[in-house]
Design a protein around this ligand. Structure first.
Ligand SMILES: O=P(O)(O)OC[C@H]1O[C@H](OP(=O)(O)OP(=O)(O)O)[C@H](O)[C@@H]1O
Ligand SMILES: Nc1ncnc2[nH]cnc12
Length: 309
């Protein structure tokens, strides 16, 4: 039913609208469907280490890979902590079928920000994720000069993260909102087309930039932001997302490493490899609508390379 939220564990595996069986995601607590999630600390929470999506799309970012050959106690503790934080963040998500249009399973992140505890946990998790991804020290000034946040949900946590990292914050906004000379890119996203802008003097050429946003779906939005950063002469270190809708393969549109805290809409109830795109479509989405949503940036001013570095 349109507009009715479903919990993380309730939403069916994409591509299987009729499959309403239990999720196999992990032992994270399900979010509550119609009210803000319970945010009390849970001493019994023993979630396994979730997948860290590294730049190659496989398990583990740079630190994790190195860790496989002999992890230090400190990095091991940090990985365990990150796993715990991710599990908490995930408990604050909820899903709305057929929003904003039919066939889209909307991931609602707002309960996370409605809760002081979950909001705090999210910022901590993102800081740790960035420390792992870019080998910075949590709590210390990083080599990152600028966090670029994407309108509008990237504005919810980009500035807080920038403060924690000792970096500046620069917004990418929808067309017509920023004064002065701007760079402009038109792009396609999961549900429609949009135009992004960035002020031409937002940062200095050569500054090190990390782009953050809540969700990467088809990747059109993030790819467009990457183009803007490059138009300004920024050194794009990578992208960080709260969540990735894996089946839409958005990271393939990106030309810098991408890291995500959580995966969404990825379960396939054990069908395993060899699934077609039809098997991976959420809630009645047609192959045609998914392919339409997945079309690349329309006004790129340059081609997008492989996502993997
Ligand atoms: O990977 P894609 O398919 O491009 O989609 C991802 C984008 O879609 C949503 O933003 P939206 O444009 O809905 O704006 P909002 O944050 O203002 O709601 C989301 O916050 C991402 O920015
Ligand atoms: N399924 C989805 N849920 C929330 N935000 C999105 N942005 C693009 N696709 C989305």
């Amino acid at each position: 039913m349109s507009g009715t939220p479903v919990s993380f564990d309730q939403h069916p595996p994409h591509g299987h609208p009729s499959n309403t069986g239990p999720s196999t995601q992990n032992s994270d607590k399900p979010s509550t469907a119609s009210h803000a999630p319970d945010t009390k600390p849970d001493p019994t929470d023993t979630a396994p280490h979730p997948i860290l999506h590294g730049p190659d799309g496989k398990t583990g970012g740079p630190l994790n890979d190195a860790a496989q050959g002999g992890q230090s106690t400190a990095s091991s503790a940090s990985a365990t902590k990150l796993a715990h934080l991710k599990s908490k963040v995930k408990s604050g998500l909820r899903q709305f079928p057929d929003f904003p249009s039919k066939g889209v399973l909307f991931e609602d992140i707002m309960p996370i920000f409605a809760s002081h505890a979950l909001h705090t946990t999210l910022i901590e998790a993102l800081e740790l994720q960035i420390a792992e991804a870019f080998q910075t020290q949590a709590g210390e000034k990083s080599e990152i000069d600028v966090i670029v946040g994407l309108e509008s949900r990237g504005f919810l946590f980009g500035p807080a993260l920038a403060l924690r990292l000792g970096a500046g914050f620069v917004p990418v906004r929808k067309q017509g909102k920023l004064p002065g000379p701007c760079e402009t890119v038109t792009y396609k996203k999961e549900y429609g087309e949009d135009v992004f802008q960035m002020q031409s003097d937002a940062f200095k050429s050569g500054q090190k930039v990390v782009i953050v946003d809540d969700i990467i779906a088809t990747g059109g939005t993030a790819a467009a932001a990457g183009q803007l950063v490059r138009k300004l002469g920024g050194t794009l270190l990578g992208f960080v997302f709260m969540m990735e809708l894996d089946f839409l393969k958005g990271r393939e549109k990106l030309d810098a490493p991408a890291y995500t805290l959580l995966s969404g809409q990825e379960e396939s109830s054990g069908e395993g490899k060899g699934e077609t795109i039809d098997d991976k479509l959420p809630l009645g989405r047609t192959k045609e609508s998914a392919e339409e949503a997945n079309k690349s940036v329309t006004d790129t001013g340059g081609s997008l390379a492989e996502a993997r570095p």
